[in-house]
Design a protein around this ligand. Sequence first.
Ligand code: GLU
Length: 415
Amino acid sequence: MEIPLPHYLSATLDRVREDTSGAVADYIPELAAADPDPLAVALCTATGHVYSAGDDGVEFSIQSIAKPFAYAVALQEVGVEKVLATVGMEPSGEAFNELSLDGGTHRPVNPMINAGAIAVSQLINGEDSTVDDRVELLRHYFSRLAGRDLRIDERVTGSELATADRNLALAHMLRSYGIIADTAEDAVAGYVRECSMLVTVKDLAVMGATLALGGRQPVTGDQVLDPRVCRQVQSVMASAGMYDGAGKWMAGVGIPAKSGVAGGLLGTLPGQLGIATFSPRLDGSGNSVRGAEVFRILSDDMGLHLMSALPSRGSAVRSIRSRGLATVIRLQGGLGFTGAEDFLSTVAAHELTTTRVVVDMRRVNDTNSFGRAMVLEGLRRIREDGHRVAVIDPDGLLGDRRLDDGTQVETSEDA
Ligand code: GLU
């Protein structure tokens, strides 16, 4: 069977292809000279399948899409507390190159604007790090996220550094407030080099999927980042990733995203997907015109909007039946709060008449700690009511099956 996704993605690109509105970024000479026509899209699923269409082999500089990943590396390397002391997490509602410092602390308001990203970059590899070592650590992380060795386009770096007055001004301000220790020149050199990392849409989709999937790169299986880091990064992306267009983007498209001035656009759908597009012409807010349009179409067609999550249909309790001396409760699907609540309320409403109660977990595909704790507490209470309890849990989804009273729920081979 041929999977119809690449065909669908191609057809989606065709729907926006004729739109030549917007303009390539002109404040960086190397970008001003770029071909404005390439158009590409890629998706990476939780199972590591990558689907793409259009100019999916064309490399372009990652630019501002480096910001969420550099933020992730800083969180991973130095911890949330130190990072939050340096940069806030409120949307600025302003353009990417505004100063946007917090009135009281002088911290940049978030890591998705340039001031914040320059400050974050300083945290990586320690304050005493050379620019080269700092950028190399980032390149190493970005490469693990992409699953291939990424390189830096020094021409883009040189071209941007030659016209970096604005970023230098931001760095001088940050330095004057003691937010960064490096010279303004070094701070900007490091930041601009990280923005010059070359990627394709496929790289970005896989990198985004890694954020969406709690830090586990779905193609290589490499656990690159902690789940909490990914949660933090995507939260900030959701509120501040699209600069002054962030609110409209969330309402219309509903996918945490980050754009770059070279024309890349990255989206992450928690637990599900990484999505990326590439098309260099930008709108007034600096976001790719056709890229944003492709996101809008995919979000609508595929039902990806975060706020339109379908109510989980059906219940976590597949069946509850008495067989001889045992009552067998078959569970299914994901067991988080909602699933566990369904288990508890179903059992509470059911009159248990048998001596044994067996919970069959074989059709459950995932749990979280809250769901596990609730199911285990339910089992403890069933036992307290005078029943013998056991679980069928060959994949160990309930963890160590330890109850609050220190005992362990026994396992059963069959019901
Ligand atoms: N390197 C670019 C700058 O700092 C990134 C901006 C962007 O992609 O939005 O100006």
